[in-house]
Design a protein around this ligand. Structure first.
Ligand code: SIN
Ligand code: FE2
Length: 205
């Protein structure tokens, strides 16, 4: 792989077809219990183009009034988030090198015209744990730079079944999704992409 930033660990095709199918089924169950919602930017209330939900003891949410945060319940149903599927906990254990389980799994759904602007994942208290990202469905062009906004960035494609970790020097790197490539995967019964990010939120005592 061409010059990935230090700490960006890329595992192409980490999940084979059957593992992707199994994971997708669990994620569909999560979404039926905790429906996708439209996240809104702090202060402006502008909608993001992805739709999201979570599983785990904590979930990442954002809205106009209260901004970016983690909370234990779904913003619309008020229910606690569904459990993180065992398959995801196992992947975390295998790849994360962090000795405690993740607390949040953010599920992002991208329609073909959705994008995500460059940002840092910094709403967690624990930066020693990596962010572990899994891609399902259509491919995406992923962009990553350094901890400094406006620094040089590298772009590469993330395909269905790929796993990536932002760890060490890349844990606070700016990253985003520039575009989705429709029709590049047959996994979802529709066009679009699902990205899962597993995170440790609190410091383990
Ligand atoms: C994110 O940064 O939350 C999502 C990244 C991705 O969709 O690959
Ligand atoms: Fe992110």
């Amino acid at each position: 792989m061409q010059n990935l930033p230090d700490g960006t660990l890329y595992y192409p095709d980490f999940l084979d077809g059957p593992a992707q199918e199994l994971l997708l089924k669990s994620i569909r169950d999560v979404v039926s219990e905790a429906p996708l919602f439209v996240p809104r930017m702090p202060k402006t209330g502008k909608p993001m183009s992805v739709r999201m939900t979570n599983c785990g003891p904590l979930g990442w949410v954002t809205d106009k009034e209260n901004g970016y945060r983690y909370q234990a319940h779904h913003p619309q149903t008020g229910k606690v988030w569904p459990d993180i599927p065992k398959q995801l906990l196992d992947i975390w254990q295998e790849l994360s090198t962090y000795s405690h389980p993740p607390e949040a799994c953010l599920v992002n759904y991208y329609e073909v015209d959705a994008k995500m602007g460059l940002h840092q994942d910094r709403d967690e208290q624990e930066f020693d744990a990596p962010v572990l990202s899994i891609s399902l469905g259509d491919s995406a062009l992923f962009r990553i730079g350094s901890e400094n906004r406006g620094g040089k960035t590298t772009s590469f494609k993330l395909n269905s079944g790929d796993v990536m970790l932002l760890s060490g020097k890349s844990r606070l790197a700016f990253h985003g999704v520039s575009r989705i490539y429709p029709g590049t995967s047959m996994l979802l019964k529709q066009e679009g992409r699902i990205n899962l990010t597993l995170r440790r939120v609190t410091k383990a005592s």
